[in-house]
Structure formats: C-alpha cells, structure tokens
Design a protein around this ligand. Structure first.
Ligand SMILES: C[S@@+](CC[C@H](N)C(=O)[O-])C[C@H]1O[C@@H](n2cnc3c(N)ncnc32)[C@H](O)[C@@H]1O
Length: 264
C-alpha cells in the first residue's frame, strides 16, 4: 500500500496552484529537450511508438513527444496537474495521442494493469525520483522495465545530482514570477545526500510583498554511479549520460544529469 505524506499532498495537490507556476518555467525549454530525446530514440531505431512518462506533472514531456508523432501515457498522482496536462494537450492539438492516468508510480503495474502493448521508451523528467526510499525507486524502474519491450530506451532527464548539490550546498535564492515572488531555502547534507527545500510564495502588493503560503519537499540526491547501479538492477543498462540532452554536452558537476539506458 503506497501512501502520500503531508508535504507531498500540500506541494503536489493542495497548493498545485503555486507549484505549477514553478513547473511552467520549464515549458519553454521542453521542445528542445524532447528534440534531443527523439533524436536518440531514432538512433536506436525507434521512430515512433508509445512512451511512458513517469511522474508526468502537467504534461510537458508527453505533449511535446506527441507533437513529434509519438503516443504518450503520463502517470502522476496529482489530479490538478493531470487536469492541466489534459488542457495543455488539448491546447496543442494532441489529445488523441496522449493519455494521462492518475496513480502512484510505486504501484505502476497496478495503475497500468490495462496497458495492452509494451512501451517503446520511458522518461523520468526533472527529479521525479528520490522522494521515497531507494527501494521504492528501484521498484518503480523495475515495473517500468516489465511494462516495456526488449530494446526500449529509458531517459532520466534533468535529474538533480550529487555533484551539483555539493557544489551549490545550502543557501537561499529568489525567483520572480510575474505577480509573485518565490523564496527558496535549501539545506543539503552531503553525508546523507539529503536535500530539504522550502518554497515561500509572496504576492506583490505595490512595493510590498504579502505572504501567500509555504511548501516543502525533501529528496535523496543520487550520484550518477548510484543511479546507474540502481537502473542496472532494475533491468536498464546505462549507455551514457549527458549534461544536456538537447546539446549532448558532456556530463559534469555543474551540468544537468541526463541518463540514457536500454532495456537489458
Ligand atoms: C518535479 S515534478 C516533475 C514533473 C514532470 N516530470 C516535469 O518534468 O515537468 C515531480 C512530479 O512527480 C509527481 N509525483 C511524485 N511522487 C509521485 C508518485 N509516487 N506517483 C506519481 N506521481 C508522483 C508529482 O505529482 C510531480 O508532478
């Protein structure tokens, strides 16, 4: 039995109106990332087919894959994000090629029990892992492997990673969001590789800021070798890792972490 904690419920559901503002910042970059994904799929002989988008949020990866001729199934446990994902698919004319399913990825096999055909590819984008135990993430990737065909390709895109987290350490920063300001406070413990983050949202009132609410999340930050080992155990053989999936920049401590793995 999988359960959501209080902080997950607040961040992803109760205050989805706030967290979706952060999610939307990534939309303009997504077309380029998806182009990178599609190029790599083509190089693996996958020119179309069905992609599983793990923890799909408001659908940016699924929708752009659908625009590139793929079918996409996104799974997420946040109803408000999924409703927005369906609106986004409609807006971009790809409703027929996308399916957004409400469910917990830790019970992926149960959530997708009606899935007929195996998936040709799997995407886990923007730190959709590390929220739970390492065994939970292993189980999710294992279930994704069982739902995918021989030769399918898995991507972890823009996953936070240890090298970068050590570099950035603990600290705070602000982000301007039109009518709002968000203050981010992060504590990173390099011994446990645990990162705790609080986002505090304020509404602009002339020259003043009015407090709206605060959301919090904690994650385990994987290193490349740790996540590669985990994926290997789950049946995904890691081929390479890029710092940027669109440009294929080499991976390093200051870059993103974008793993490409194939069903072993
Ligand atoms: C940082 S967001 C990434 C969203 C999306 N992949 C993207 O790149 O825009 C993390 C997502 O994971 C989802 N999530 C977290 N734990 C989940 C779980 N156990 N089952 C399904 N979705 C989950 C959240 O609802 C949220 O949409």
């Amino acid at each position: 039995m999988t359960q959501m904690t209080d902080w997950q419920e607040k961040l992803f559901i109760d205050r989805a109106d706030l967290s979706i503002r952060i999610m939307n910042i990534r939309w303009p970059y997504t077309e380029r990332s998806v182009e990178g994904i599609v190029d790599i799929l083509n190089e693996h002989g996958i020119k179309g087919g069905h992609v599983l988008d793990l923890c799909c949020g408001n659908g940016r990866i699924s929708v752009h894959l659908a625009k590139r001729g793929f079918r996409a199934t996104g799974v997420d446990f946040s109803k408000p994000y999924l409703e927005d994902a369906r609106r986004n698919a409609e807006r971009l004319g790809v409703s027929d090629a996308t399916r957004f399913v409400e469910g917990d990825v830790r019970d992926l096999a149960g959530v997708l029990r009606d899935q007929g055909e195996p998936f040709d590819a799997v995407v886990s984008a923007w730190t959709s892992i590390g929220y739970y135990t390492i065994e939970d993430d292993l189980s999710t990737f294992r279930q994704a492997r069982r739902l995918s065909r021989e030769g399918s390709v898995l991507f972890t895109i823009d996953t936070q990673h240890e090298g970068r987290a050590v570099q950035l350490g603990s600290g705070s920063s602000t982000l301007e969001l039109d009518d709002m300001v968000m203050l981010e406070k992060t504590t990173y413990d390099p011994i446990t590789a645990r990162k705790d983050t609080t986002w505090t949202f304020y509404r602009r009132r002339g020259r003043d800021l009015e407090y709206i609410d605060e959301v919090y999340y904690k994650i385990h930050v994987y290193s490349l070798s740790e996540l590669s080992r985990l994926l290997g155990e789950a049946g995904w053989r890691v081929e390479t890792c890029y710092g940027n999936i669109a440009t294929r920049q080499a991976f390093g401590p200051s870059t993103g972490m974008n793993i490409v793995a194939q069903a072993a």
